[in-house]
Design a protein around this ligand. Structure first.
Ligand SMILES: [Zn+2]
Length: 282
């Protein structure tokens, strides 16, 4: 055996596996063309490679299959996690949006409530000022009553005073200013308007929130709001009796918060179960 043969035989396994350089491969091929023994050895080793190595590789591929299935599974899981991730951000934005909207509704409502308080306070003020002019039993101080009317002429259409002697159910008005069906103005002791005492007949409206009355033992004061001011009175009435609760205002953001937290929980759970297996697969 020539020296070259030893070198060639050392290189043969690499040659069969196609791992040696081009120069080495050429060197081996040249040598084998001239060396019967090495050529035989190559043939023998190639046959062995086919019968041993190949099944080995396919066996290894067989072994890999379950891992590939798991990899597919976790690929799908990963896509789901990404979906949850995006869903979380969308839900968060929607939640914040609805929260800002609800805050606006709340601040709007607070504003209306302040206006309602002003209207409510005004009712009290008009009545206490009107009753303050009705100190004597017999006579109504027309001038003083006109001063009260003029102070609120932007809000009031007219203001009337009745004697309780003429009205049957005055007692129900003694608790404070009350929205009421108007008492017939023809029964009034006096009706004051923009330009002083009103003498022409006033036909009462149907029941509406525009008429307010209050009584003490002797007198009933009744006034009506101007049409232009009625919208504010209506709003005040709405706020006072049909106020939405904070729960109603924040219902939507609350529901969205629950959904967002649920998605976040699902996402974190998903991450937690896929992470260790991902690490193994890597
Ligand atoms: Zn040889």
């Amino acid at each position: 055996m020539k020296n070259e043969c030893y070198i060639v035989r050392d290189l043969l396994p690499s040659y069969i596996d196609q791992l040696c350089s081009e120069e080495s491969a050429r060197f081996i091929e040249q040598h084998i063309a001239n060396c019967e023994k090495c050529s035989q050895l190559l043939h023998q080793m190639s046959v062995e490679f086919d019968t041993q190595e190949q099944p080995d590789i396919s066996a290894r591929l067989e072994q890999k299959k379950p891992f590939q299935k798991i990899a597919h599974f976790f690929n799908a899981q990963n896509k789901f996690a990404k979906f949850l991730h995006i869903s979380f951000w969308i839900a968060l934005i929607v939640t914040l949006g609805s929260f800002i909207y609800s805050l606006n509704v709340l601040s709007d409502f607070n504003e209306k409530q302040k206006e309602a308080q002003v209207v409510e306070q005004q009712k009290q003020d008009i009545m206490s000022k009107a009753f303050a002019t009705l100190t004597t039993q017999a006579n109504i101080d027309e001038t003083a009553l006109q001063v009260v009317f003029d102070e609120y002429s932007a809000q009031l259409q007219h203001l009337a005073v009745f004697s309780t002697k003429n009205i049957d159910d005055a007692a129900r008005l003694q608790n404070g200013p009350t929205n009421t069906f108007p008492i017939d103005y023809s029964q009034a002791a006096i009706v004051i308007g923009e330009n002083g005492k009103i003498t022409e007949p006033i036909i009462p409206n149907d029941y509406d929130i525009g008429t307010v009355a209050m009584a003490n033992d002797q007198w009933i004061v009744q006034y009506e709001y101007k049409q232009s001011y009625l919208k504010k009175v209506e709003n005040a009435h709405q706020v006072k009796y049909y106020a939405p609760s904070n729960w109603t205002i924040f219902q939507l953001p609350f529901v969205f918060t629950i959904i967002t937290l649920f998605i976040l929980g699902a996402y974190l759970f998903q991450k937690r179960i896929t992470k260790p297996v991902e690490n193994i697969l890597e």
